[in-house]
Design a protein around this ligand. Structure first.
Ligand code: NAD
Length: 468
């Protein structure tokens, strides 16, 4: 029996296979997790399908109450979930605790939402009401950067809207999710929430299955493309929250001492492994050197260590593949003539890279053009407010972007033309359950959060009633 088992049809079950979960701070296996076969994925989909009719007919208040109870479970077990999260994901314990608090807050918010009903005509001829009905079985697939929060982003709205769900974490971060599964086992009726793990091999099966009505996915753009293809034959509803290469545009009227630490934090949260992290920092000529010096000074004092140790500010990268990728990007920047301060691995076990401040860098360098997803801060020089927009928008991605200035009108004017789903002024990565989150361009399709996000878990149903 593995240390953590899966939730299928209301029961914790062992897997046909097993995942060995590595602690990225030590590179040692610290737990085993049950891993599903196709037959077990089929059982999970069947359990969700069987549970759907009764669940979808429950009054929405009952479904909301169950989502609120899941929030209670997260609150009551936050310490244990955070401990396991840090062991498998690598983020410092306070960040794991923060993820649990966010998860609780998002779930509580979903528990207050109801799909909107609109009356679009009410006259002598007819009354026309637009309702939103649940879709059926939802498959939720998530990335390894915020395993529990992202799971809640799927489970909460799916359940409130009246769907049932099969959720799958990433193979390198299944442990906290399975602990969560065990804790919520009896909260919803059997089959309403099923949580299975795979070894990166069940995605196509789940997303092409004829009994699955919708896929809600958070992960890379490449996998998003594969999901579009595998779900095409059955025309599934899709929400794809994909990658990003967010700009932070720093205008030359800022107070560098105040702004530099904020941008540093926006780039370095979760070791830079955040879809909406600031990943391309454009700094205007006049303050470029001051900004580079400020960033370098902040980076020098950052404690990079095991996230379980008190005082750690930046943990390891989550997995070896990501570690090698980020090291490769740093090496290629050096070869291309950039100046890199930090960005070192000191040879100890663990996927550690110290924060890298990269100067003398521009578009055309891989470290600017590609999503680094690591502790990397490229500072790119720009001259005028007019020139910056075209450069900022020269990316396949459009998740978020920020403008920093002490002059609100000037910042707003630049912000207006950033082609991204979210644009911030004098802040970055500020999100919330009531704020719709959508990716422009290849950062995604659809919306999460808010009523717009809830609507994506529903089907429009029109009642058109003649009066004559
Ligand atoms: P990934 O795409 O490699 O994996 C994500 C999930 O997809 C995993 O659970 C994986 O097992 C699964 N998967 C793999 N192949 C699949 C297939 N063919 N069909 C269906 N599922 C499959 O992404 P990752 O490396 O785990 O995560 C990092 C990426 O996620 C980054 O690009 C990041 O920006 C993005 N991300 C986006 C958001 C957002 O809200 N926009 C949030 C977090 C992360």
């Amino acid at each position: 029996m593995s240390d953590y088992s899966m939730l299928i049809g209301g029961k914790m079950v062992d897997g046909a296979g097993e995942l060995k979960v590595v602690n990225p701070a030590t590179e040692e296996v610290f737990a085993t997790v049950a891993c599903a076969s196709e037959a077990q994925a089929e059982q999970a989909i069947k359990a969700a399908k069987d549970a759907f009719p009764a669940w979808s007919k429950k009054p929405i208040e009952e479904r909301q109450a169950i989502v609120a109870k899941i929030a209670d479970v997260v609150r009551d077990n936050a310490d244990e979930l955070a401990r396991v999260m840090t062991l498998e994901q690598g983020k410092p314990l306070p960040e794991s605790q923060g993820e649990m608090a966010w998860t609780e807050g998002y779930l509580r918010h979903y528990a207050t939402l109801s799909p909107e009903v609109k009356v679009v005509q009410d006259d002598d001829a007819a009354r026309v009401e637009v309702h939103r009905k649940p879709l059926g079985v939802v498959v939720g697939i998530v990335a390894w950067n915020f395993p529990i929060l992202l799971a809640a982003w799927k489970i909460g709205p799916a359940l409130v809207a009246g769907n049932t769900i099969v959720l799958k974490p990433a193979p390198t971060t299944p442990a906290a999710t399975m602990k969560f599964a065990e804790l919520i086992k009896d909260v919803a009726p059997p089959g309403v929430v099923n949580i299975i793990a795979d070894n990166n091999d069940l995605g196509a099966y789940l997303t092409s299955h004829p009994d699955v009505a919708k896929v809600s996915f958070t992960g890379s753009a490449d996998t998003g493309r594969k999901i579009m293809k595998s779900s095409a034959d059955t025309l599934k509803r899709l929400t794809l929250e994909l990658g990003g290469n967010d700009v932070a545009i720093v205008l030359d009227d800022v107070n560098v001492g105040e702004v530099a630490p904020k941008i540093f934090d926006a780039a370095m949260l979760n070791c830079g492994q955040v879809c909406m992290a600031a990943k391309r920092i454009y700094v205007q000529d006049k303050i470029y050197d001051e900004m580079a010096n400020a960033m370098t000074a902040i980076a020098k004092d950052i404690v990079v260590d095991d996230g379980s140790k008190q005082g750690t500010r930046v943990g390891p990268l989550q997995n070896r593949m990501q570690f090698e990728k980020v090291k490769g990007l740093i090496d290629s920047a050096k070869k291309e003539g950039a100046t890199v301060t930090g960005g070192e691995s000191d040879g100890r076990p663990g996927y550690f890279i110290s924060p890298a401040i990269v100067t003398n860098v521009k578009e055309g360098n891989r470290i600017v053009d590609e999503e680094q997803f690591g502790p990397v801060i490229p500072l790119i020089r720009f001259h005028s407010d007019e020139e910056i927009i075209e450069r900022a928008n020269a990316s396949q991605y459009g998740l978020g972007g920020s403008v920093w200035s002490s002059n609100f009108d000037r910042a707003r004017q630049v912000a207006e033309d950033i082609d991204a789903g979210t644009v911030w002024i004098n802040q970055h990565i500020t999100i919330g359950p009531h704020i719709p989150m959508a990716g422009a361009k290849q950062s995604g399709i659809g919306v999460e959060q808010g009523l717009e996000g809830l609507a994506e878990f529903t089907q429009v149903r029109v009642f058109n009633m003649a009066k004559a």
